[in-house]
Write a protein that binds this ligand. Structure first.
Ligand code: NAG
Ligand code: NAG
Length: 484
């Protein structure tokens, strides 16, 4: 008896067995392949790789990165060598393997072996690179052409999946008015080259109205970029010489300095929502004041530093939460509902008479912002940067994270205390689906007028998804029990 005849008639059980085996193996594959977040939004994680030089518990190496919490990771930053029209490493010892270097590029791209979901990009630019050399690059056809070829070879050499443009910003900071058009040409030519190799092209985008208006032809660059990473922070800081919120979710109607304004403005200018990625700061802005330390109090033009990040006017979330977790530090905090920001302040220093203030995003701020991003059906969110989350899990967890979610009665249980902000992003992305579900409208008779078949097809598709969902939930539960 041949196998063929057995399959045909004599042994129907074998049919069933084969079918079950193939279903379960494909289910197994799809479950096993899930090495990232359990939702289909993007979570873009920047690593400021110089964080490795921070002292003590502030030091962040690639080994500290948890690839299961992000869909995309961006290595920040590489630089521009304008004399060669080429991308270059800004820290060859950290980035490369040559001359006994630490090989950071390949360490990060190597994480794709254990976490196949992960996309790894290299960012070029950043605040310290300025704007002038980028302006020269994009203005010249020959330089642009050379750069496009070289950068494509460079990122593939180290196994990156893409390039993230972090020119801050076209037309600003010694840039030229022509940058706006020339930046479009750069993205267009990179897109043509990258399509040959299936590479990702993204860009960090300034969030202030002035920068958006002057620097970007939003419609055009949106054609060529895979994602726009909107830097929704630094709305206020010590440079204002008064206390303000770093990244207010919303502001009074006539104030363009808010996350909501930036996102809705970009949508209005024609940015496709499925390409918009909203930035979230894992840091706060700091102020020194002799006043009470309330919002809008006059402050020094230079904010105070933290022990790890050691940068005037800037404090990582890990530094903030450490101070606030200390019962004897004398710090107090206030939640602001309109902006979804926290203002925390010290006691007055008896010698200097100064009060230290920091405005920042807590877990609750992050959760509310994720909910907003999901309400606008954006591609997802971006994080600057994972190295200032409480990546060691030293702090107490916030208890008010989902305070503003109507349908959440208890916070999801966490298996780990570290990365509280990043975990909040992934939880909130899942919870937002339920939170934003509007009650179904009563059935409508006009249904009958819809061309034959379409409704039924959709309903069947729904049923298939549902039953597949049930099966995979069962398999998932089983796997979960097995691995406990
Ligand atoms: C721009 O390029 C020149 C020439 O290589 C270099 O000396 C200068 O430092 C660059 N500017 C910045 C801000 O990196
Ligand atoms: C807590 O704060 C107090 C007062 O600033 C300080 O002396 C102490 O060292 C801090 N404790 C920890 C564990 O950081």
């Amino acid at each position: 008896m041949t196998l063929k005849s057995a399959v045909r008639g004599e042994a129907p059980q074998l049919w069933l067995l084969l079918l079950l085996a193939s279903i379960s193996s494909s289910l197994w594959a799809s479950v096993a392949a899930r090495t990232g977040p359990s939702h289909d939004k993007v979570v873009v994680c920047y690593i400021s790789t110089w964080a490795v030089y921070r002292p003590e518990q502030g030091a962040y190496a690639i080994d500290n990165f948890d690839p299961s919490l992000c869909t995309h990771v961006v290595y920040a930053f590489a630089g521009l060598d304008i004399t060669q029209a080429a991308i270059k490493s800004l820290d060859p010892w950290q980035d490369l393997k040559e001359e006994y270097g630490k090989g950071g590029y390949e360490k990060l791209t190597g994480l794709k072996r254990s976490h196949p979901h992960l996309k790894v990009s290299l960012a070029i630019g950043g605040w310290n690179e300025g704007s002038a050399n980028y302006s020269i690059l994009v203005a010249n056809d020959l330089l642009r052409g050379r750069f496009v070829k070289q950068v494509s070879t460079f990122i593939r050499k180290y196994g990156f999946d893409g390039l993230d443009l972090d020119w801050e910003y076209p037309t600003q900071r010694k840039g030229k008015p022509a940058d706006r058009e020339n930046f479009v040409l750069l993205t267009k030519e990179l897109r043509e080259e990258f399509d040959e190799h299936g590479l990702l092209l993204t860009s960090a985008i300034g969030a202030s109205k002035k920068v958006i208006d002057e620097a970007y032809d939003v419609r055009q660059i949106s054609r060529y970029l895979d994602y726009l990473h909107i830097m929704c922070y630094d709305y206020h800081g010590s440079w204002d010489q008064k206390v303000g919120y770093n990244a207010p979710l919303s502001a009074p109607a006539d104030d363009p300095l808010s996350v909501k304004f930036s996102i809705d403005y970009l949508l209005k200018l024609g940015a496709p929502r499925e390409k918009l990625v909203m930035g979230l700061p894992f840091y706060g802005r700091t102020f020194k004041t002799v006043a009470a330390g309330n919002l809008n109090d006059n402050s020094d033009g230079v904010g105070f530093q933290g022990p790890y990040t050691r940068e005037d006017g800037f404090l990582g979330y890990n530094e903030i939460c450490k101070t606030l977790s200390n019962q004897t530090s004398g710090w107090t905090r206030q939640w602001d509902p309109q902006t979804s920001q926290v203002l925390a302040k010290s006691e007055r220093n008896i010698f200097t008479q100064e009060v230290h203030v920091v405005t920042y995003d807590s877990s609750r701020s992050i959760a509310n912002k994720v909910l907003f991003a999901m309400s606008r059906r954006l591609a997802g969110v971006m994080v600057w940067s994972v190295d200032t989350d409480d990546f060691l899990g030293n702090c107490l967890l916030d208890e008010d994270t989902y305070e503003d979610f109507q349908k959440v009665t208890a916070a999801p249980r966490r298996l780990s205390q570290n990365y509280p902000l990043l975990r909040t992003i992934n939880e909130a992305t899942v919870l937002a689906v339920d939170e934003l579900t509007v009650p179904e409208l009563p059935p409508d008779d006009s249904e009958n007028e819809i061309p034959h078949g379409s409704i039924a097809d959709r309903k069947n598709a729904g049923a298939t998804v549902l039953s597949l969902g049930l099966v995979s939930t069962a398999v998932f539960t089983l796997l979960h029990r097995m691995t406990q």
